[in-house]
Structure formats: structure tokens, C-alpha cells
Design a protein around this ligand. Structure first.
Ligand code: DC
Length: 221
């Protein structure tokens, strides 16, 4: 794929609920195209970690925003992984813990936090593939290629339990709670392609996405 054709892809948005596979799909699609991927949830997770470390009430929107204004949160997109720095410290490995999982929906529900995340993401130079909840509907409404992944609660809980090494019923219950909290952010963009991933493995979902992109887009192995 030529550099011009790659630049022409612009922003590829891949949205969906928790554990729908969107991060892995965004990473795989980006790899096939030879462009960076961006995981927008990491910024919400970093904000949640900051709030927890500072002992701030995650429900206090003004206090959360004051903490964000007083610290440097930097997302570094890449072709194989994203890193996040908090005041220069690489906190990437601390963002996928049960404690962050438990607090992140509350932090992400604040409109000013959502505006702050959108601002950080719109500074990333395209082309890239990005995963999230509202990338296609709100942050990048003009993106040329939008996808929305779905999967049943049972299947998503199975996938997440494998990642977190905890019991399936507890994971399913926590996920149902998080779905309810995240529901406001979950409206798919009207022009997104929907892909039901229940019966598909990761490579098949990536293939479905690539099929919808301009011919020849996935010529980079
Ligand atoms: O995709 P993830 O599981 O890393 O996201 C973590 C949390 O951040 C999730 O509970 C919802 C929130 N989130 C959001 O509200 N909007 C996004 N674009 C991405 C994540």
C-alpha cells in the first residue's frame, strides 16, 4: 500500500462494549494496514488511576478535572502497543487491574472528562485505527470507516475471565454492571458497520473489517 493510500484511510473507528474484542481487532487491523492503533479506554483508565492514587472521590467531577489539569497524562500510540505516561512514569501495566475496572465507568461518565479525552485523541495525527465506545459517534463523527462490534454477555465474560484469571460468574456480573453504567456512551454511529463476533475468532473479525476498506488497503502483512 502506498503512503498516500494509507494516509487516505484517515481514522478507522472500532467501537463496542467491554470485551467485545475491539482492542485486539483495532490492533490487528492497524497491523495489517501498517498504521498505528490507539486504545481510547487507556485515557479513561489513566484518569481513574490518577484519581485513585490521589485519593479523590471519582464521583466529584470538578476534583477529577483539577487532578487532570495538574498532572501530565500522555498516550503514546504505536503499531504493536500503546503506552501511557503519568507525569513521565510509564503506568501502562497498572491500567488493567480489577481496581481500575471497578472505578473507570464512574470517571468516564463525567462530560468534562469525556471532552478532555476527545481533545487528547483529536491531537493524534491520522491515519490510525482507534477503539472505544463513542469514537465513531462523537469523537470522530467524520471518520471514513466506522465499525461497531457486538458479542453476547456470556461470550464477553468468557473472554474477560481468561484475561483476568477470575471466576466466570463474578466477571459476568461485573460486566453486566459496567454495561449498564457505560450504556450512555454506547450508541453506535448510524453509519457504522455492525459485526457480531460471537461465532468469529479474532482473525475472522479482522478480515471482516479489512473487507470493508478500500481494495488493496491490507497489502501490508
Ligand atoms: O475499552 P476499555 O475497557 O479499556 O475501557 C475502559 C472504560 O472506559 C470503560 O468502562 C468505558 C470507558 N470508555 C468510554 O467511556 N469511552 C471510550 N471511548 C473508551 C472507554
Amino acid at each position: 500500500m502506498t503512503r498516500a493510500a494509507r494516509a487516505d484511510l484517515g481514522v478507522i473507528t472500532i467501537d463496542g462494549p467491554a470485551a467485545s474484542g475491539k482492542s485486539s481487532v483495532a490492533r490487528g487491523v492497524a497491523h495489517a494496514l501498517g498504521v498505528p492503533f490507539v486504545s481510547s479506554g487507556l485515557l479513561y483508565r489513566a484518569a481513574t488511576l490518577l484519581v485513585a492514587r490521589a485519593g479523590i472521590d471519582p464521583g466529584d467531577e470538578a476534583a477529577v478535572m483539577a487532578a487532570l489539569a495538574g498532572h501530565a497524562v500522555a498516550l503514546e500510540p504505536g503499531t504493536t502497543a500503546n503506552r501511557v505516561r503519568l507525569d513521565g512514569e510509564d503506568v501502562s501495566d497498572a491500567l488493567h487491574t480489577a481496581a481500575v475496572d471497578a472505578g473507570v465507568s464512574q470517571v468516564a461518565a463525567h462530560p468534562s472528562v469525556r471532552a478532555w479525552v476527545g481533545e487528547q485523541l483529536r491531537r493524534v495525527p491520522p491515519p490510525f485505527a482507534i477503539d472505544g465506545r463513542d469514537m465513531g459517534s462523537t469523537v470522530f463523527p467524520d471518520a471514513r470507516h466506522k465499525f461497531y462490534l457486538t458479542a453476547s454477555l456470556e461470550e464477553r465474560a468468557r473472554r474477560r475471565a481468561g484475561e483476568r484469571d477470575t471466576d466466570l460468574a463474578a466477571v459476568a456480573a461485573a460486566m453486566a454492571r459496567r454495561d449498564a453504567l457505560d450504556a450512555r456512551q454506547l450508541a453506535p454511529a448510524p453509519d457504522a458497520h455492525h459485526i457480531d463476533t460471537d461465532a468469529l475468532d479474532l482473525d475472522q473479525v479482522i478480515e471482516r473489517v479489512l473487507e470493508k476498506l478500500p481494495a488493496g488497503a491490507a497489502s501490508v502483512p
